[in-house]
Design a binder for this molecule. Structure first.
Ligand code: ADP
Ligand code: MG
Length: 696
């Protein structure tokens, strides 16, 4: 086992290296950009580029790339070598400040949602000095933002950086009001817990659905699926252990703080949690983590499945976005703290987040809406599609006493009472675990649990930063104008909490009764991606993004289009894969089996052994019935896909996809899964759920 402290950050051009290799002046200038968000002096870039190149060459890298995050949700890179020709025919190795700072790329292969007209096919990448450069597979990777010639964001990093600026600005205003003059920067911190499945590669290859779509389109439930929980929980198998060890080392080398690893609820499901960092770094690191997870799996003859729902009837995979607000002085603004003054500040930030989540339930739902995630949210799985906040008993009691201006009674005798100015000591770690809540307070941070395992965490954090910035802005406007800050703050906290109590729900989110209760409270319930996406472009949301300078209306529209299109494409591909599997694998297998059953019946007849051939008739009847459903279903599905393609309007297309394609797929699957349980095992053309889930 490599010593983590020796390998940690080995492939990262990090702070230690910069300090070592950059002239003091350069280092300081860069530091000011990184920590205080100041813009970078171009002269500095040349020096940094040269130092990066020297280091990269020492590490054996020959190429560099602007590593960016287009709207596909996966990362992109285009490699350039460091080689530059000399007059004498030899080459020299070069990397200029200009090459570090700006890159040009052919943007036509990335989605733009109509932003980039065809004559302007170029996109530009711009260095993000707040995220460290790193070496991956012999290539120096420069984290960059990606935009069009006109400066419109075409990626997931640009809006995240913009939203960080918005949040910083407004949070600082609030902190000043509370007398915190030493703080110069506030940022969101995020720890993204990543769930995944591991399956054996040889088995995986025999499943075209997994290979093409990342999820199984057929597969009868194993006799004991999820119930095997206890059996699997706790014990990490040797092959998985070896994978995790390798994964950790690779992540550490990239400076990723991989911390905990454990088995998850479902068999073959696991989780990796990093130590939290600034949201921008957390987003880059999560993209890298997903990438490394897949590559390391390959080395172990495994496949890492990041799809939100690889197996029907088995727990899906999510990503828990742990979110808090931190100052550059190291203070967590969501830490309840012990002094009344801090508590008032804490309560104000808490109230701001509660109000933001309530006011923008729709946006929080939009940013986790994907075809894959629809199998979790809105289905009978955690968390539900309805946004709500879980606070836990203790904090809930405190909030209620603030709202009702009543005494706060705790079970602990040594707690202070809650007056308006005399706020209580908050008992630490008093939050209970609630696995069903989409947005839970967990001691000193919120955990947004609705994210799909496969998605970039940028979108959700852009929205969190933006909606919180906006609420803080309104609060700061009000408080700055008040003559008596303390009483104005108290009144504002109380009023805000009172107005937004409906979003707080501490019960079981799976219950049907919650759906009814949520409807009574007027909370949104948007079970599918198609229900959610139109909210993206509602005027109130366009206004929000423009007010906070995070997106122009045009940029939001483009994202809306990209998301709709992706939804349609994903299901289109699934549908056609299903047709192929049904006709080319399942049907032939079922026919072979039928033939053998028929032969057997014939043999019996020859032996004069008739007795009505009850078994054979019944079996053949079932086979025939399901094969017919399956076969006819494939034509209905092809027709539905064809019909969808002819629809022009993207939203209509998406609706049609959901309402006409998905139900046919479900019918076909039913027939296929019945066949799987009837057809003899040695006839079945692909590994079953049981085999896949037990394969490692
Ligand atoms: P759990 O008990 O759910 O495992 P942990 O305390 O281990 O909770 O944290 C889970 C995740 O939350 C980790 O990724 C951790 O780094 C992250 N986390 C902890 N504190 C913060 C914070 N202040 N801001 C953002 N994420 C945090
Ligand atoms: Mg968690």
């Amino acid at each position: 086992m490599a010593n983590p402290s020796e390998i940690f950050g080995a492939n990262v051009f990090d702070d230690r290296l910069m300090q070592e290799r950059l002239p003091k002046e350069t280092y300081r200038a860069l530091q000011r950009t990184r920590e205080e968000g100041r813009s970078l002096d171009p002269a500095v870039a040349g020096v940094v580029a040269n130092a990066m190149k020297d280091w990269a060459l020492e590490k054996g890298a020959t190429h560099y790339t602007h590593w960016f995050q287009p709207m596909t949700g996966v990362t992109a890179e285009k490699h350039d070598s460091f080689i530059a020709p000399r007059k004498d025919g030899t080459v020299l190795l070069e990397f200029s400040g200009k090459e570090l700072v700006r890159g040009e790329t052919d943007a036509s292969s990335f989605p733009s949602g109509g932003i980039r007209s065809t004559f302007e096919a170029r996109g530009y990448t711009a260095w993000d000095p707040t995220s460290y450069a790193f070496i991956k597979e012999g290539v120096l990777c420069i984290p960059t933002a990606y935009c069009s010639y006109g400066g419109q964001a075409l990626d997931k990093k640009t809006p995240l950086l913009r939203s960080m600026q918005a949040l910083n600005k407004q949070a600082l205003r609030i902190l000043r009001l509370f007398g915190n003059d030493d703080v110069v920067r506030v940022y969101a911190t995020v720890g993204a817990e990543q769930e995944y499945f591991l399956v054996d590669k040889d088995m995986y290859k025999k499943r075209p659905d997994l290979v093409v779509t990342g999820r199984t389109l057929f597969g009868a439930k194993p006799p004991k699926g999820q119930e095997l929980d206890d059996h699997f929980f706790g014990v990490i198998k040797p092959r998985v252990q070896a994978y995790m060890k390798d994964l950790n080392e690779e992540l550490w080398k990239l400076g990723i703080l991989a911390k905990t690893e454990h088995n998850e609820a479902a068999p073959a499901q696991h989780e990796m949690a990093p130590i939290f960092s600034t949201v921008n770094i957390a987003a880059d690191h999560n993209q890298l983590t997903m990438d490394v997870m897949k590559r390391v799996a390959d080395r172990h003859n495994l496949v890492c499945l990041l799809h939100e729902k690889p197996f029907a009837g088995v727990n899906g995979s999510g990503k828990h976005n742990n979110y808090a607000l931190s100052t550059n002085t190291g203070l967590n603004l969501l830490e309840p703290g012990d002094t009344p003054q801090q508590n008032a500040q804490f309560l104000l930030f808490l109230a701001a987040i509660i109000a933001s989540v309530d006011d923008y339930q729709d946006l929080l739902r939009v940013v986790v809406a994907h075809a894959g995630n629809d199998h979790r949210l809105g289905a009978n799985e955690a968390p539900p599609a309805i946004m709500s906040i879980f606070l836990g008993d203790e904090l809930n009691a405190i909030i209620e006493s603030v709202v009702n201006s009543s005494k706060y009674e705790t079970h602990a005798p040594d707690q202070m009472r809650l007056g308006v100015h005399i706020l209580p000591k908050f008992p630490k770690d008093s939050t209970d675990r609630n696995r069903t809540s989409p947005f839970a307070f967990t001691g000193n941070k919120f955990e947004f649990r609705s994210l799909g395992s496969n998605q970039s965490i940028s979108g959700p954090n852009v929205v969190l930063n933006t909606i919180i910035a906006d609420t803080l802005m309104h609060m700061a406007d009000e408080l700055e104008a008040a003559s008596d800050f303390t009483s104005a703050a108290d009144a504002l906290i109380r009023r805000t909490l009172r107005e937004h109590m409906r979003i707080i729900f501490n019960g079981n989110g799976y219950d049907q009764s919650w759906r009814e209760e949520a409807a009574r409270r007027g909370l949104l319930n948007l079970p599918t991606t198609v229900d959610a996406l139109p909210y993206y472009i509602h005027q109130k949301n366009l206004d929000l993004f423009e007010r906070q300078k995070v997106f122009t209306a045009q940029e939001v529209h483009s994202r809306y289009e990209v998301k709709l299109e992706k939804y349609v494409k994903v299901i289109d591909i699934e549908a056609l894969s299903m047709v192929d599997m049904a006709r080319q694998l399942i049907l032939p297998a079922a026919l072979r089996y039928s033939k053998d059953v028929a032969k057997e019946a014939e043999a019996k007849l020859k032996l004069g052994f008739d007795a009505g051939l009850k078994l054979e008739r019944s079996l053949l009847g079932t086979l025939d019935e399901q094969m017919t459903k399956l076969y006819e279903g494939t034509f209905a599905l092809e027709k539905a896909v064809e019909d969808t393609r002819s629809i022009e309007d993207m939203l209509e297309k998406a609706k049609f996809t959901r309402d006409r394609i998905l139900p046919v797929m479900e019918e076909i699957r039913k027939a296929g899964d019945i066949l799987e349980t009837v057809v003899g095992k040695e006839y079945w053309p692909m590994p079953t759920y049981q085999e896949l889930l037990m394969s490692v």
